[in-house]
Design a protein around this ligand. Structure first.
Ligand code: F1X
Length: 306
């Protein structure tokens, strides 16, 4: 079983408008509602690929109830812990004319110390029988910045490989707890290391404690610094669409490769193919299955000199 953690789950709304203009009023031509937050997207992609997947984190209020209702329509097992505060909403506004997406993320509920303790107990129980765990997304208010570092230590004690995908101070502290994998994007990596050049930033992030660092370079694919070598993986051509959730699908690809014991180049091919196939689908947490199968044969991986 693969476990995903989303401490700040979200009811994701995707709005499509003909053309987004600042200071103007818009008619929304399409509304899509999905259970979201980065870890839930990862879980939904893994579930669609046929992996037994469990999602934990927090959910509360009317938005939390809707999110949990929607989750029952997916293969993902719901192990979310109830909060008194309501789950946030996020809005992705897709501009049909330009193809660009604008993202608006609410901060999330104020999680209490008692709720955090209940979550930690559930997380520790779930680690028994878990083959890999992913910790994903922002922290809701009330959760301490070292929360991911704490969960990484619990996973490591239980002998479960752990992947971290977050940003800012939670990423800095999390890396120091020595996760097996981190997947920052180029901007998050630059903020963490102060280095803009991707090779330098990726190597620097590894020195801070992560066993392997997979940096997403947007349409240019992934750069991976691992104990076995340095690789670059890229899609055959840039894909146009909604990039929301592309990074989460890359995480799903990396986790599927990890639990299958696939070599690094294969893991990267899956991650890039899933990521591109997600850009081609209208919403995060879903992918174009036909494009995915085709991309698996066309993603290019090259070994780089350190
Ligand atoms: O505020 P966070 O947790 O960093 O990001 C939340 C979020 O924008 O990320 C996903 C795309 O990766 C969306 O589905 C989701 O709601």
């Amino acid at each position: 079983m693969i476990l995903t953690v989303t401490l700040n789950t979200a009811l994701d709304l995707t709005y499509r408008v003909p053309a987004l203009t600042p200071h103007a009023s818009h008619r929304v031509t399409q509304v899509i509602e999905r259970p979201g937050g980065k870890g839930l997207n990862v879980a939904r992609v893994l579930g669609a690929l046929g992996y037994e997947t469990v999602a934990t984190g927090f959910a509360g209020g009317a938005t939390g109830a809707t999110l949990r209702d929607l989750l029952t329509t997916t293969p993902v097992r719901d192990e979310l812990v109830e909060t008194a505060g309501p789950t946030r909403r996020t809005v992705a506004v897709v501009d049909t004319a330009s193809g660009d997406t604008t993202q608006l993320n609410e901060p999330g509920p104020n999680v209490t110390a008692a709720e955090w303790n209940a979550f930690r107990t559930r997380f520790t129980e779930l680690l028994d029988g878990t083959r890999a765990v992913a910790l994903c997304g922002s922290l809701p208010p009330g959760i301490h910045v070292g929360a991911y570092a704490e969960l990484i230590r619990l996973a490591r004690t239980a002998g479960v490989p752990v992947l971290l995908d977050t940003s800012g101070e939670p990423l800095r502290r999390g890396i120091a707890a020595r996760p097996d994998l981190v997947k920052p994007n180029a901007e998050e990596l630059a903020q963490l290391t102060g280095a803009r050049e991707p090779h330098r930033a990726t190597r620097d992030a590894r020195r801070r404690g992560a066993h392997a660092v997979i940096s997403s370079l947007g349409p240019e694919g992934l750069l991976a610094a691992t104990p076995e070598g340095l690789w670059r993986a890229a899609p055959p051509a840039a894909v146009k669409g909604n990039p929301t959730g592309a990074g989460d699908s890359a995480v799903a690809g990396l986790l599927s490769g990890l639990v299958d014991g696939a070599p690094w180049p294969d893991r990267l091919i899956r991650a890039v193919a899933l990521s591109a196939a997600t850009v081609l689908s209208p919403v995060a947490g879903e992918f174009d299955a036909t494009a995915y199968e085709e991309l698996l044969t066309r993603v290019k991986v090259s070994e780089e000199t350190p």
